[in-house]
Design a binder for this molecule. Structure first.
Ligand code: ATP
Length: 566
């Protein structure tokens, strides 16, 4: 043991010469002008020489050697770290490629979601836990615990209870703020998540506040960013994989976010399963007409055709008719068929100015549906609003004049390639300029339910769950051929195993439709009646006569009465 101690001492001694005697001597006796670590340590730790002497005398242990060794290690580590920083900086500048993504861009969300998925596999030690927000549609796909029976032993209804749903929801784990390394597709990537504070103006009144924004940097070895681009593309594909049968609905972002322009001008407000076209009860020929027209319009060869002839490549549709007749429903079904997102603009939004509408239009994706609902409401407001409202007045309401001007302004780059759908209950109130050809190319009338529609609505309500429409995505996502999938238009009843049931349903549906006067009720009204008897087709048939009489009374001027129409 002693031999080992002497050996260690001599190694340390030669590595860190103290300039004075070590073993069995007191280095406080170092001659004036001599240097020893003990004297140096004494200046930093008062009383150190006493401790050193006690340990040396009583245990023969020179603590200075250990302290010197530790200090030398620390200094070496600092030097190595500095060298590494310089080398890493050089490496980054000359041998690494990187791409930065701001949290304001949707790619950020795609990447984080993809990495969250990756990290489940690679079990990182630094994760951030998030509570994912889910819509009722998404919950539907999960293994949610559902009670096996809806009644208890005594026959009492068991009420569903969701009080613990937050506790049951699975958190999502994403890479924490900081640096992470991971392999993907044979390439080693470095991911840096960093939060930065940016000075942001609030409300446009000159006031500003710091807001946190996240910046994500992806880097890899090599002088080309191709691998990172591939990773981003993959993450986007991964994200959209789970969304192919969904329709995304977006609205203009809040005013202070819209100012920045870009894709951030629109925010996703909902994501719904695609509405199958066959659930929209409308004249087949009319439906086919719109489908064929949009299909033709979206075809890339059509864009070239327009360009070669100098004709603005735009297509506007006006869906008009009484409330609840399927205008919005058809728009959603069209979005599902063509795999397009819907950008909804409400002209009653008080902060939307004419310039902003133009700006919003210029920030639309290349292909999408823009839905301007109830455009007549804007026209009505124009009549009532004072003529001399100024543009700077943010509180003013939109009007048809503004909308027409905004369309003109946005013409340069805006809605080319987009499908514009405007809906109205009062086409007669619309400004001529708004619906002239070039703005509205196709007008689709919607009306109260015909006999066939009533029968179809009835059959749809009581047929077993319709199969989910699958949107066929071209195998090569880069392909610019936008061929929509074949859409089943005609209603096909699912066989439910009860041989005669199907024809009985048809029979009840036919008798039901005979009891409801044609062109008097909107599909929404009929649907509302049926929904209250959604598992009882025979009861619906029995009660429809009384319902019709009650509703006729209301429609003949008795006015709106709550509780009627049951
Ligand atoms: N033609 C239809 N086929 C199937 N369902 C319909 C039809 N028309 C209305 N509905 C049902 O009625 C409800 C309201 O329909 P929708 O919002 O499409 O009507 P709308 O014409 O856009 O009404 P509004 O003019 O008030 O905006 C929806 O639940 C929809 O499913």
């Amino acid at each position: 043991m002693k031999g080992l101690k002497i050996g260690l001492n001599s190694i340390l001694d030669s590595a860190f010469p103290t300039g004075g005697p070590v073993n069995g001597s007191d280095d406080t006796n170092v001659q004036a002008g001599g240097f020893s670590p003990s004297t140096l340590l004494e200046t930093f730790i008062p009383g150190y020489s006493h401790i050193h002497r006690i340990l040396l005398v009583n245990f023969g242990f020179d603590v200075t050697l250990v302290v010197s060794f530790g200090a030398a290690l620390w200094v070496s580590a600092r030097i190595l770290k500095s060298v590494w920083t310089v080398l890493a900086g050089l490496m980054k500048s000359y041998f690494m490629a990187e791409i930065t993504v701001s949290s304001k861009d949707e790619i950020h969300g795609h990447l984080i979601q993809f990495l969250a998925h990756q990290y489940k596999i690679s079990s990182s030690r630094r994760l951030m836990a998030e509570t994912p927000s889910k819509s009722a549609w998404e919950l539907d796909n999960e293994d949610t615990e559902s009670p096996e029976t809806s009644t208890d032993a005594t026959g009492q209804i068991k009420w569903l209870n969701f009080s613990n749903q937050e506790a049951k929801s699975q958190p999502r784990f994403t890479p924490a703020i900081g640096s992470h390394n991971f392999w993907f597709d044979g390439t080693y990537f470095q991911l840096k998540r960093k939060e930065v504070s940016v000075l942001d103006e609030i409300g446009g009144g000159g006031a500003a506040a710091f807001k946190d924004k996240e910046v994500l940097t992806l880097s890899c070895f090599g002088r080309s960013t191709d691998s990172i681009k591939r990773l981003i593309q993959h993450a986007k594909g991964h994200y959209h994989l789970g969304h192919k049968a969904k329709t995304i609905i977006k609205r203009p972002a809040p005013k202070d976010l819209r100012r920045f322009g870009g894709r951030g001008s629109w925010v996703k407000i909902a994501e719904r399963p695609c509405r199958p076209m066959k659930t929209v009860v409308l004249d087949e020929a009319r439906k086919m007409d719109v489908l064929a027209d949009i299909n033709e319009y979206l075809n890339p060869t059509t864009a070239r055709w327009y360009a070669n002839r100098g004709i603005p490549y735009r297509r506007g549709y006006l869906f008009y008719g009484p409330p609840g007749t399927g205008k919005t429903s058809l728009t959603f079904a069209l979005a599902g068929v063509f795999g397009l997102d819907i950008h909804v603009v409400s002209l009653l939004e008080p902060t939307l100015t004419e310039e902003e509408l133009g700006m919003l239009f210029t920030n639309l994706p290349a292909r999408c549906i823009v839905l301007l609902e109830d455009i007549d409401t804007a026209g009505l407001i124009r009549v009532e609003a004072p003529e001399e409202t100024t543009e700077s007045d943010d509180k003013r309401d939109f009007n048809v004049g503004d909308l027409t001007k905004a369309f003109k302004k946005a013409r340069v780059a805006s809605h080319e390639g987009r499908v514009l759908v405007m809906t109205t209950n009062h086409p007669e109130k619309l400004d001529e300029a708004l619906i002239r050809p070039g703005r509205v190319d196709h007008q689709v009338p919607f009306s109260h339910a015909s006999q066939t529609q009533i029968k179809e609505l009835f059959e749809r309500m009581y047929t077993d769950d319709l199969p989910t429409t699958k949107i066929v995505i071209a195998p090569d996502s880069q392909s610019d051929v936008l061929t929509p999938p074949m859409t089943p238009i005609s209603v096909e009843f699912e066989k439910n195993g009860h041989g005669g049931e199907e024809s009985e349903l048809e029979d009840i549906a036919r008798r039901f439709s005979k009891k409801v006067p044609e062109n008097m009720f909107s599909p929404a009204e009929i649907q509302g009646f049926l929904l209250k008897r959604k598992t009882e087709p025979r009861k619906a048939l029995e009660e429809v006569g009384e319902w019709v009489r009650g509703m006729e009374g209301i429609k003949k001027g008795v006015g709106r009465s709550f509780g009627e129409g049951r």
